[in-house]
Design a protein around this ligand. Structure first.
Ligand SMILES: Nc1ncnc2c1ncn2[C@@H]1O[C@H](COP(=O)(O)OP(=O)(O)OP(=O)(O)O)[C@@H](O)[C@H]1O
Ligand SMILES: [Mg+2]
Length: 228
């Protein structure tokens, strides 16, 4: 579905991605975790065609839609108009299936997006991406600034969509615990390079990942023989 090979992206003199490789298979849910400035958003923006790579390549089968970091809604436009903007590449502009998915949004359809709560705005951002009927949904920081219960509800929707429609998902998250829980497979990006990858279960048992991302003590994990 998505194959990224030896990808290099530079902003002027600064190298943001330095030989990144990554795959997402059809119907898969894959997590991409890593600290601030690791290059996660840069990777998504590159596969979305917003940034030309300096070297390497990516191959994408089908349609990609991105839920951008910080949601990027048009605050002065209604919920419904924001949703319809997502459908600019497809014929079907009917928002009903989004309201079926997120029943909370139906009554808000005439509200200006800027007046919604953070969680409601994230629903609109996800809904807008879904309006493009993507084969791969890339979500940049689902949980950013949202209460845990709101995040759980959104995450549940994503998992259900993945199961029911086979839409693949690439989930970029600061909250590694959440991402590793939701996605069977994951990549760890650090300073523009893939530092680790594999099954989320194995990754969350490795000492380095526990220490850096899960708030676990590396020493303790090593001492008890858990981890790599
Ligand atoms: N438009 C830009 N111009 C110059 N440098 C940039 C630009 N966008 C990002 N960078 C730099 O590239 C690096 C990677 O940034 P990126 O936004 O991809 O990281 P990230 O992993 O998404 O971080 P975060 O978790 O904070 O969202 C950072 O050092 C950042 O300062
Ligand atoms: Mg980012």
């Amino acid at each position: 579905m998505l194959e990224v090979e030896d990808l290099v992206v530079r902003y002027g003199q600064a190298t943001a991605l330095d030989g990144v490789g990554l795959r997402v298979e059809r119907g898969e849910m894959v997590a991409l975790v890593g600290p601030n400035g690791a290059g996660k958003t840069t990777l998504l923006n590159t596969i979305s065609g917003l940034i030309p790579p300096a070297a390497g390549r990516y191959r994408l089968e089908g349609r990609l839609a991105q839920v951008p970091e910080g949601r990027q809604l048009f605050a002065g436009m209604t919920v419904e108009d924001n949703l319809r903007l997502g459908a600019w590449r497809v014929r079907d502009r009917d928002c009903r299936r989004i309201y079926d998915l997120f029943p909370q949004l139906g009554p808000l359809r005439r509200r200006l997006a800027g007046t919604l709560s953070g969680g409601e705005q994230q629903m609109v951002a996800v809904g807008r991406a879904l309006m493009a009927q993507p084969d791969l949904l890339a979500v940049d920081e689902l949980s950013l600034g949202l209460a845990p219960l709101v995040v759980d509800a959104l995450a549940e929707h994503l998992v259900r969509l993945n199961r029911e429609t086979g839409m693949a998902i690439l989930l970029v998250e600061q909250n590694a615990r959440l991402a590793l829980e939701l996605c069977p497979r994951a990549y760890v990006l650090e300073a523009g390079r893939i530092a680790a990858s594999g099954s989320s279960e194995e990754l969350s048992r490795t000492a380095a990942v526990r220490a850096a991302y899960l708030g676990g003590a590396a020493d303790e994990a090593a001492a008890t023989g858990i981890g790599s």
